[in-house]
Design a protein around this ligand. Structure first.
Ligand code: ADP
Ligand code: ZN
Ligand code: ZN
Length: 737
């Protein structure tokens, strides 16, 4: 209970500012934790959330809350506990954590509303359209709205908003209400999709995995389903979800951004009808709010979302599924740097429910937990249905030379594919035309003026482009130092595309990278083009390798696999193994058997051999030994301080102070299991005119790490006040750059 006095209550509020504390305000009435309030903060008005934290006794004067936005808390006690836990684990400001967890609509000073009444609108069929338009001739806005409903369409508010191109949903709602009052529009309900009968039968491995999952219906358990690509993991989840829905419960399914495609949604909708609701960046705010609302009141059966859906309030949550749990996109790389898989597991434990992780290439962390008995493991070793795993072969680049990336063997394999009208994917994890623009005479190379990085040549725009800061430059053509003609070295997607166009002028070639596929919509269209067989050859980056279930692709060519074999990052071999196996997994998923050809200079490398034999277990053992010896995760816990400064020395100086203070904390707390390394410049030392350096902390005991970080981060917050310096702390960093 907050202290009450004659002048009211003191309320603790989480405010969306980068400070690791809550702020106290005065209120006339008591306010339940989880309620949103509008508060004055410095010279602004912000939306904050009341949190169950004790007020700061040292503060005497309090500002008043402007008003309470929620008549009932928009955040439940369970969710609030989860958010507070997340903030403390990642040592991130609670106000920013809650802000990120709310759907965008509720971050503003609007009241909660039920998005479902009334839901659909259509023109009144009893009045002819021309008659109506006559009536509306002096209300152009309403006319516009009315016309968006032409041809007897039955649409939702947000759809009308889009069609009528009205910028504010409130105008749409008001306008529709006027039209209803005039009797020109009626609101109705669209026929509801039913759940299809459950036809598929699971094979033996799938059934075994499902019964293992079902044996732990109650309480917190973590399952790891390790199933090769196409082994039917999704089918297992669908069965498990079906059971929950039958009991009137809800399930949260988290997938990587790129795999949340129409194809996947359709698969879920085919089974569960309109009980499926999505939450991701490809849908608009109104739709996101609807999902949030329906999850919270229990009417959404399946919530299918990306990373941030882990924060979704769900009334009867019975189970969480994290598909492709190894995927890096579950980790937020800036701001609040959480890992959605790890938070999903924490959430399941707080809510005492099971969680299912699935992957063809589980992360070292998860597999280590499975092997040590912390997780329940089930393994699917065969592809489901008729399909088999593709055969992987190497093309030894020491024996064949390539022309712009393609070896004779790969070219002749593609030719055969075209003759048989089968589809091919060529994978190269580099966009643009060439990664280096160089003078053959004096070796001058084009660099970015804001970053320590070479510029990539993009032929489509005929510009040099920095892949770090995004700045583009005119292509000089000749060397600015000695005036020789520039040479473009190496190959990216555009160059491979060009080579293919020359080699196979009649083939239809489709590029699949971030320059070509920029929006959710374009992603859908491109996937449709592949699935309908319009594309013969697809040249793609890592984007193409994930999750997609193409049935016509029978050859995957990996243009260069060596990138990453000799990286300094301890996670590089894992990343390489995952990437290569995932992209290989796109081959032969239909009726015809698939092949994979990998171009490499290092066919003898032990890791490459494990890729060829697709031997995850062997890979896991090798990688495990390496990590154990090096004393890195999962055998220790990392935290990484990152500092960016305008002046090169400032950042380094600050990191040295951080280290000093950390060392003194360690000494005073007598913690030996934590090791603080020396500050180093980041592998790309300057990006966008910020100099970057970092400091790694490696701890044997996670609890000790958090014990020191709590004090450490407070100190850093109070010490760095300069505008010319930014710092962040990354708990369990996934990328060391
Ligand atoms: P994963 O999620 O492991 O990649 P999916 O669940 O997408 O695998 O299954 C791969 C393909 O096999 C899909 O086209 C799916 O419809 C099919 N499939 C899955 N389970 C079975 C089964 N038991 N019998 C026949 N086909 C199946
Ligand atoms: Zn030159
Ligand atoms: Zn740059």
């Amino acid at each position: 209970m907050p202290p009450a006095s004659k002048s009211g209550f003191i309320i603790s509020v989480a405010v969306p500012v980068p400070l690791r504390r809550a702020f106290d305000y005065r209120s006339k009435s008591d306010i339940e934790p989880g309620s949103r309030v509008l508060i004055p903060f410095r010279n602004r008005q912000l939306v904050g959330v009341v949190v169950p934290l004790p007020p700061d006794k040292s503060v005497r004067k309090h500002k008043n809350i402007i008003h309470v936005l929620d008549d009932q808390p928009s955040i439940s006690p369970t969710m609030l506990e989860f958010y507070i836990w997340s903030a403390s684990y990642y040592h991130h400001p609670i106000g920013e954590v809650i802000h990120a967890a709310l759907p965008p609509n509720l971050r503003k000073a609007v009241r909660l509303y039920d998005p479902d009444t009334p839901e659909y609108y259509m023109q009144n069929p009893d009045i002819p359209e021309y008659e109506t338009l006559d009536t509306l001739s002096r209300a152009p806005k309403q006319e516009q709205l009315f016309l968006s409903l032409s041809n007897g369409q039955c649409l939702r508010l947000d759809e009308i908003e889009k069609l009528a191109q009205v910028s504010d949903i409130r105008d749409v709602r008001g306008g529709m209400q006027s039209l209803i009052r005039k009797g020109l529009v009626i609101h109705s309900h669209r026929p509801v999709n039913g759940t299809r009968p459950f036809e598929s039968t699971l094979n033996q491995e799938q059934s075994r995995s499902l019964s293992k999952i079902k044996s732990t219906e109650k309480g917190f358990h973590t399952h790891l389903v390790h199933g090769i690509t196409g082994s039917g993991k999704t089918e297992v989840y669908l069965h498990a979800i079906h059971d929950c829905l039958n009991r009137g419960q809800q399930v949260l399914v988290l997938v990587p951004e790129i795999s949340l495609t129409k194809q996947l949604v359709e698969r879920f909708v085919n089974r569960f009808g309109d009980r499926v609701h999505c939450y991701h960046s490809g849908i608009n705010k109104t739709q996101r709010y609807r999902t949030w609302w329906k999850a919270g009141n229990g009417t959404a059966g399946v919530i299918l979302g990306t990373r941030s859906a882990v924060f979704m309030p769900i009334l009867n949550l019975a189970r969480i599924v994290v598909d492709e749990e190894h995927d890096l996109s579950f980790k937020q790389m800036d701001g609040f740097r959480y890992h959605a898989r790890d938070l999903a597991i924490k959430r399941a434990s707080l809510q005492n429910i099971p969680v299912i992780l699935g992957s063809a290439t589980p992360s070292m962390e998860s597999m280590q937990n499975a092997r040590s008995g912390k997780y329940h493991l089930s393994t699917l070793r065969k592809r489901a249905g008729e399909a088999n795993l593709p055969k992987i072969q190497f093309i030894d680049l020491r024996q064949q030379s390539t022309r712009y990336g393609l070896s004779p063997s790969l070219i002749s394999a593609i030719k055969k594919q075209l003759e048989r009208s089968q589809q091919t994917i060529l994978y190269i994890n580099r966009r643009g035309y060439a990664p280096i623009a160089e003078c053959p005479n004096c070796k001058w190379r084009a660099c970015c003026d804001r970053c320590d990085a070479y510029l990539t040549y993009h032929k489509t725009s005929d510009r040099l482009c920095c892949h770090y800061c995004g700045k583009t430059f005119e292509t000089p053509g000749i060397c600015p130092q000695c005036r020789s003609e520039l040479f473009f070295r190496g190959a990216g997607t555009q160059r491979i595309e060009e080579s293919l166009e020359k080699l196979f002028p009649d083939a239809s070639i489709l590029r699949f990278d971030r320059d070509r596929v920029r929006s959710f919509r374009q992603l859908q269209d491109t996937l449709d083009a592949i699935n309908s067989g319009q594309a013969d050859i697809i040249v793609g980056t890592r984007m193409i390798s994930k999750g997609h279930d193409f049935h016509g692709v029978t050859l995957v060519g990996i243009v260069n696999a060596d990138h990453g074999l000799f990286s300094v990052d301890f996670r590089a071999p894992e990343q390489l193994f995952q990437d290569l196996l995932q992209v290989s997994g796109r081959s032969g998923r239909g009726q015809d058997p698939g092949r994979v050809l990998i171009q490499t200079h290092h066919p003898d490398n032990p890791y490459m051999e494990m890729v060829r034999t697709q031997d995850y277990d062997l890979f896991f053992e090798a990688c495990r030994e390496e990590r154990k010896l090096a004393h890195v995760p999962p055998f220790s816990s990392f935290a990484l301080w990152r500092v960016e400064s305008r002046k090169r020395e400032d950042g380094f100086r600050f990191l040295r102070k951080i280290k000093q203070y950390g060392d003194s904390l360690l000494a005073s707390m007598n913690l030996e299991a934590v090791q603080i390394m020396d500050p180093v410049h980041s592998p790309t030392p300057r990006i966008d005119e910020w100099h970057r350096s970092q400091l790694l902390v490696n701890a044997t005991t996670r609890a000790h790490l958090h014990q020191i970080l709590k004090h450490w981060v407070c100190w850093a917050e109070n010490t760095s006040t300069s505008q010319k310096l930014r710092w962040s702390l990354d708990i369990d960093p996934m990328e060391m750059y």
